[in-house]
Design a protein around this ligand. Structure first.
Ligand code: KIV
Length: 327
């Protein structure tokens, strides 16, 4: 497993290899997306909408971004990790921006930060880069400027606006950005930007001519059946999968079918100890399974596969599925 760095991404552009990036907001997702081979994970402030249920990304705070970043950093191993600078953390001064970026890296475990905006942020970007933190730019539809844009609308559709986007992309490269997100712009403008700069472009709603693509992971996984914008392709329908699983669980609990013997603890047999003392024994002692396999030998799904395997040792339970901490 070779760690993806900003140099890997630059080489990928040079070699014409497409970069894959997805958003992640917690350790479990980070582990899944990383394990599936995604090159970069973005702890996007889109978490305001998809995780927190807000109407925009504007209420997301730096503390929240640091909190989610640290979770993602614990779950991922290979992917390059980028954390979004939330609204208001890089607008007042370069000093404040550097402090915010430092928190995302030092406390959140991010390897780069992303901020929205064009040439007007050149000075801020160079200051963050000078502090040793790589910066990913983000132009086109910049969700933190939703009120200025008058809604979430495709940007750069006129000749003049497209020319401004190209100028912004060049200015951001000159300021020290190592990559650029291009959001919701015409595909031919994205191609022109991608050709005019040497750093990788990563598109979302910007066509196939970018050096890479990014999507909000919840969208490609189909977590929200009511959200189907033109630029998203659903690769799964997890809303349906989750709905069906939860309905089955509720039905089985109500019917007394879950938990079965297989998912229950029994009392100690002589010379055998239970799991940890914090796990209470069921009130009603359960009968021994009829097909009693020898302890610890696998066999049928009996109590032996869940409890102490040999007479005196205690095998701790695994409580909740936790991702292994990153080494
Ligand atoms: O916040 C986010 O998830 C993003 C991506 C959509 C690029 O900025």
């Amino acid at each position: 497993m070779k760690k993806v760095t900003i140099h890997t991404l630059r080489k990928m552009k040079q070699a014409g290899e497409r970069i894959t990036m997805l958003t992640a907001y917690d350790a479990t997702y980070a582990k899944l997306l990383d394990g599936a081979g995604c090159d970069a994970l973005l702890v996007g402030d889109s978490l305001g909408m998809v995780v927190q249920g807000q109407k925009s990304t504007l209420p997301v705070t730096l503390d929240q971004m640091v909190y989610h970043s640290a979770m993602v950093a614990r779950g991922a191993q290979r992917a390059h990790l980028v954390g979004d600078m939330p609204f208001g953390t890089y607008h007042a001064s370069a000093d404040e921006a550097v402090k915010a970026a430092v928190r995302l890296v030092a406390e959140g475990g991010m390897e780069a930060v992303k901020l929205e905006g064009g040439a007007e942020f050149s000075e801020v970007i160079s200051r963050i880069v000078r502090a040793g933190i790589p910066v990913m730019g983000h132009i086109g539809l910049t969700p933190q400027s939703v009120h200025k844009m008058g809604g979430y609308v495709v940007q750069g559709r006129s000749e003049e606006k497209a020319a401004r986007l190209i100028a912004d992309a060049r200015a951001l490269e000159a300021a020290g950005c190592y990559a650029l997100v291009l959001e919701a712009i015409p595909a031919n403008v994205a191609i022109e930007i991608t050709r005019s700069i040497s750093i990788p472009t990563i598109g979302i709603g910007a066509g196939a001519g970018c050096d890479g693509q990014v999507l909000v992971s919840y969208d490609l996984l189909g977590m929200n059946p009511d959200f189907a914008p033109k630029f998203v392709k659903r690769y799964a329908n997890l809303a349906e999968v989750i709905g069906e699983a939860v309905t089955r669980y509720c039905d089985e609990v109500r019917a007394g079918e879950f938990p079965s013997l297989e998912h229950s603890f029994s009392m100690e047999r002589s010379g055998e100890k239970q799991g940890p003392p914090s796990v209470p024994a069921p009130v009603v002692p359960l009968p021994l399974p009829t097909s009693a396999a020898a302890p610890g030998t696998g066999g049928s799904a009996s109590r032996d596969s869940h409890e102490a395997g040999t007479g005196s040792e205690e095998r701790p339970l695994k409580l909740y599925s936790s991702t292994e901490p990153r080494r």
